[in-house]
Design a protein around this ligand. Structure first.
Ligand SMILES: [Zn+2]
Length: 319
């Protein structure tokens, strides 16, 4: 049996786990990414956990696999200033190597999740797979012809930043306009709801969302299920923009399956995934494959990082 440490860096939460080559998680720690004064303390905490997990379970790990929100400089092994992250720069690979003496494999979080889907989830045995995460932001990880796609810096398919709105109504967290995640992500949905509220004051006056401060994506989904007219307008637009985004992925990558994860999708498949395939078919030239929630749930990032830590993905080697 082989073992590895898996690190799933998120804008909100970080997960560190010890797992084996059967895809079993032996122990998982979850903590807030923002609860550290700086990147040094944060990476020291992760390294300390990695070593203590290895010692506690009496095993020797093959390596440490890390998935992180981008943009990355994969060659340097660093996270650059990320839209949703609390740190300016995170030297993941050099810090974890020197603090633990272990080899480290490092990739974008959505890419890492796609690796998880390929090795432990719905992508097993498939050569063409798209994984989409709808969380604080929106991202994707993609296999074409069995090859994991990375790009020159490991930042391929930052699909949250494709333009879905030619009206450019919303400005994205990245500073540019009309981007998919500015409308449809966990951070975008409440901001877009406020924007539409300002345009439709008669709906806002009657909406239960008026009393929510700060307004969250969950509030908007809850109000939608309760029949609120403003939330219905928001979700009509969100579903439309999601269809544009997924159609881009179908047309560009011709996948055999699309799986979807991330907290916003995992908590709201009844709203976001119901009828999505039919909606995507309106905009896609290629045959639209099955679009489903990942069977790996919120463990997909950790399981992908585990596969990386075990050295299973040749495009993201342990170094
Ligand atoms: Zn953007």
């Amino acid at each position: 049996m082989k073992y590895a440490v898996a690190v799933d860096i998120g804008a909100t939460q970080t997960r560190v786990a010890l797992g084996n080559d059967e895809g079993e998680i032996l122990e998982l720690h979850v903590f807030k990414t923002s609860s550290f004064p700086g990147p040094d303390e944060y990476l020291r905490h992760i390294a300390g956990l990695a070593l203590s997990l290895e010692k506690k379970h009496g095993v020797e790990v093959e390596g440490i696999g890390v998935g992180s929100p981008g943009p990355l400089d994969m060659k340097k092994g660093e996270v650059l200033k990320s839209v949703n992250m609390p740190f300016d720069r995170l030297p993941v690979v050099s810090a974890l190597k020197s603090l633990t003496g272990k080899k480290v494999a490092f990739a974008n979080d959505a890419v890492t999740a796609a690796v998880g889907e390929k090795y432990w989830g719905a992508g097993r045995g498939l050569e063409n797979l798209v994984y989409v995460t709808i969380s604080t932001g929106i991202g994707a990880g993609i296999y074409v012809d069995g090859e994991l796609l990375l790009g020159k810096h490991g930042n391929a398919h930052e699909v949250g930043h494709v333009v879905v709105d030619s009206g450019e109504e919303m400005t994205c967290g990245c500073g540019k306009k009309g981007h998919w995640e500015a409308y449809c992500s966990g951070s975008g949905i409440p901001r877009y709801a406020k924007f539409l509220a300002a345009r439709n004051p008669e709906l806002w006056e009657k909406s239960p969302l008026k009393s929510r401060e700060p307004l969250t994506a969950k509030d908007v989904f809850d109000a939608f299920r309760e029949g609120d007219a403003l939330a219905r307008l928001v979700m009509e637009r969100v579903r439309k923009f999601n269809a544009y985004g997924f159609a881009v992925l179908v047309n560009v990558y011709d996948p055999e399956i699309i799986t979807v994860g991330g907290s916003v999708a995992l908590n709201n498949p009844d709203v976001l995934l119901a009828g999505l395939k039919e909606e995507v078919e309106k905009y896609a030239l290629n045959v639209v494959p099955e679009i489903r929630l990942t069977p790996l749930g919120d463990k997909i990032g950790v399981l992908g990082a585990l596969a990386l830590g075990l050295g299973l993905e040749k495009k993201v080697p342990l170094v």
